[in-house]
Design a protein around this ligand. Structure first.
Ligand SMILES: Cc1cc2nc3c(=O)[nH]c(=O)nc-3n(C[C@H](O)[C@H](O)[C@H](O)COP(=O)(O)OP(=O)(O)OC[C@H]3O[C@@H](n4cnc5c(N)ncnc54)[C@H](O)[C@@H]3O)c2cc1C
Length: 394
């Protein structure tokens, strides 16, 4: 088997690289750096999203009939790698693009596809994912948020938690219990909920980084039109599973970025000193970096398994859990290793005059969440054990 990219794919990479280098957002001005906050970064990212969209880079692997570019998953992967190489974000509607969009394509009615898909790509409508609740995280079948059908409307009551970007979202792909008498996996449904509806209240939660990127959402007698049901009534579990597989595939292929972290660690090791020598010349540091390089390579080859399936036109399956588990654990381990290289400098916030380039403190704190979001590592191991290795059920 040939694991190398074809000359055409390499040429494609060069075209992507050139476009990104020519169009990437300018660095923060000293004044912006001083007053850096979430709103400022959001506005910058929104402008970047528009530029990516106008350049035809958003929804690359979405089919053309839905406004995408119909690119292959390899081209999508190359694009992600090049974005990560320059440390650039994917734009502002990541969950809409990797989760809601594919779920709408799989489960949506023609009218829903027509109504919702394009504004996801343009980011004129931002989406969040309402799955987790205080009593339902790993065990999503325990969802308690209720939706009762009253004539032409569902009436929704309940609470979600950890909902990324809900404070900026226009819509939520919301999972609710529509039949409390059915066994727990059989009484769920998915709804497309307008976040500006009366009765929706969003409460941001502050994270250890100081940012507030995720939220609690409270629903009190929220009316959702009947036509906003996504997929069949009471079969929301199937919609949920396929949405999660898209997320895990998306996380393993896009967000992990372990190749880029490795490159950054190598650069850092060439710059800083440990025990009076350049870190890159220190025996123990070299061993650790070599081990990371081996794991990154193994992760890349393993990722080809999930990719091959997508190239054959199949939806992502349980093998996405392997990618999610390996890439997030590895990214976490490598990012934390930066503190070994930086010593006390790793504790400096990005505002500090002496803070090392790379926003390392924030990243070290943020990376903790990688192995929780999208399903914890323990849960991925259960999935791999049951679905890939066919071990007895948990
Ligand atoms: C940054 C971030 C963003 C997120 N964004 C969203 C979002 O946009 N939308 C959304 O709906 N949710 C979101 N989440 C929630 C996330 O999906 C849940 O936190 C996650 O699924 C774990 O659920 P929990 O927090 O309820 O933990 P629990 O399920 O209570 O788990 C607690 C601990 O028990 C372990 N555990 C649980 N069950 C098992 C088992 N069967 N076997 C072995 N160990 C087990 C877990 O691994 C964990 O260590 C986000 C989380 C984070 C950190």
């Amino acid at each position: 088997m040939d694991f190398n990219y074809t000359p055409e794919q390499e040429a494609y990479r060069m075209r992507v690289r050139k476009w990104l280098e020519e169009n990437q957002p300018p660095p923060l001005t000293p004044e912006e750096r001083e007053h850096i906050n979430e709103d400022l970064l959001w506005e910058r990212n929104k402008k970047w999203h528009k530029r990516l969209y106008d350049g035809g880079w958003i929804g690359l692997s979405w089919p053309r009939e839905y406004g995408g570019r119909g690119a292959t998953f390899i081209e999508q992967l190359i694009f992600q790698q090049e974005l990560a190489r320059l440390n650039l974000p994917m734009g502002v509607n990541v969950l809409g693009i990797i989760m809601t969009g594919p779920a709408l394509m799989q489960w949506g009615t023609p009218a829903q596809k027509e109504r919702y898909l394009k504004p996801i790509l343009t980011a004129d409508e931002i989406w969040c994912e309402g799955m987790s609740e205080p009593g339902a995280g790993s065990d999503l079948a325990a969802i308690q948020t209720r939706a009762e059908l009253h004539g032409d409307y569902f009436v929704v009551n309940g609470q979600k938690v950890w909902t990324t970007i809900a404070h900026r979202a226009d819509f939520c792909q919301l999972f609710v219990r529509t039949d409390p008498t059915a066994p727990k996996h059989r009484g769920l449904s998915a709804l497309l909920v307008d976040m500006h509806s009366p009765g929706v209240r969003v409460q941001p939660l502050r994270q250890i980084t100081g940012d507030a990127e995720f939220n609690e959402i409270f629903f009190e007698d929220v009316r959702v039109p009947k036509e906003n049901l996504l997929g069949p009534l009471n079969q929301g579990w199937q919609v949920l599973l396929s949405t999660l597989m898209h997320e895990r595939f998306g996380i393993s292929e896009t967000i992990g970025g372990s190749e880029v972290i490795l490159t950054q660690l190598l650069e850092l090791a060439r710059k800083v000193e440990i025990n009076g020598v350049t870190a890159a010349d220190d025996h123990e540091i070299r061993q650790r970096l070599a081990q990371f390089a081996i794991e990154v390579t193994a992760k890349r080859y393993n990722g080809l398994r999930a990719l091959t399936k997508r190239l054959k036109g199949q939806p992502p399956g349980a093998e996405s859990s392997i990618g999610k588990l390996v890439s997030t654990e590895l990214s976490q381990k490598m990012t934390k290793f930066a503190s070994r290289l930086l010593g006390n400098f790793a504790t400096l916030e990005r505002h500090s005059l002496f803070a090392p380039d790379g926003d390392w403190l924030r990243r070290i704190l943020q990376v903790e969440a990688l192995t929780i979001a999208g399903g914890t590592s323990a849960v991925q191991k259960n999935m791999i054990g049951e679905r890939n290795l066919h071990l007895p059920r948990d």
